[in-house]
Write a protein that binds this ligand. Structure first.
Ligand code: ARG
Length: 290
């Protein structure tokens, strides 16, 4: 087997691990009506009690941390009866002024689609009503110039074609195979700056993907961080990077060390209550790239 040739940007980053943080713009939803009332992923068990005030407290620490890191955070009000609205990452996929709306797989979350589209419209975005089932940034990740797109459990693969046509970018379809990692953002973490830098890197959990997708990831990201099953299994990859600071699940100790070794600054947070709904840091954060 031949060694993959590194493109100059990647090679340079390896030699010089200096990282740069850039201010981001996020959309979050205070989980005032959070609970687990139904089961649409293996993490959720309506029989296990949830503590809404603890969920709000943990969420508030994440919000405050983003503000301390210099990020701008917008809020959408949670609608009573839509307990999963706190996972704003699923509310759409935004690049520039264009907000591609979500069309949820499960009936329980379907009303969230129009609610997020209304928010985008009121905040000056050009809203695109989706023609295909998709769960926003849960399954669409912008990595440098290209979009990685997940399918298998939630977003339909025809939504990938819709997104490619809409944004005029390369979209790479990746198939998820483990129901515990039902959204792409539970299996891949985007690490690098918000630019079209072709050397942008990721971290991922190989076992979450089918063979073809794993081969694609190996080819596209030869320098990626490969996380352990242990860190992956607590949704450690469900994290947010500003190019230097990477907000991760506090329990993902191995991932924390891997990030440190690569010159990132991992910051652990505890979102144990929101994990009962099957979501972590990234799920609670939608990136607005304007
Ligand atoms: N309970 C939610 C669902 O199953 C969790 C969504 C997590 N969000 C994410 N971006 N992975 O739809």
């Amino acid at each position: 087997m031949s060694t993959p040739t590194l493109n100059p940007a990647t090679a340079d980053r390896r030699a010089n691990p200096a990282r740069t943080a850039s201010p981001r713009h996020y959309l979050m939803c205070r989980p005032e009506h959070f609970t687990v009332a139904y089961r649409i992923n293996p993490w959720m068990d309506p029989a296990v009690p949830t503590d809404t005030s603890l969920a709000v407290e943990q969420w508030q620490k994440l919000y405050d941390l983003y503000r301390e890191l210099g990020h701008e955070v917008e809020l959408i009000d949670q609608i009573a009866g839509l307990p999963d609205m706190v996972y704003t990452a699923n509310g759409g996929f935004v690049i520039g002024n264009v907000a591609y709306g979500a069309s949820f797989t499960h009936a329980q979350r379907q009303p969230e689609g129009p609610a997020f589209m209304e928010w985008f419209g009121e905040h000056g975005y050009r809203v695109v009503d989706p023609q295909n089932v998709n769960e926003g940034e849960g399954d669409f990740l912008l990595v440098g110039p290209r979009i990685l797109a997940g399918t298998g459990f939630r977003s339909a693969s025809n939504s990938h074609e819709e997104v490619a046509a809409l944004f005029g970018r390369e979209v790479v379809t990746l198939t998820l195979v483990n129901p515990n990692f039902y959204h792409l953002d539970t299996a891949i973490s985007v690490l690098d700056p918000l630019t079209d830098d072709a050397g942008a890197n990721i971290a991922y959990l190989p076992s979450a993907f089918d063979d073809a997708s794993r081969a694609t990831l190996e080819r596209l990201y030869p320098d990626a961080i490969i996380v352990s099953e242990e860190d992956g299994s607590i949704l450690g990859l469900n994290s947010i990077s500003d190019g230097y600071n990477v907000v991760i699940a506090a329990r993902a100790k191995g991932f924390e060390q891997q990030l440190r070794d690569r010159g990132y600054n991992p910051i652990g947070v505890d979102l144990s209550e929101l994990l009962l709904g099957g979501g972590g840091v990234k799920c609670c954060t939608l990136e607005l790239r304007r």
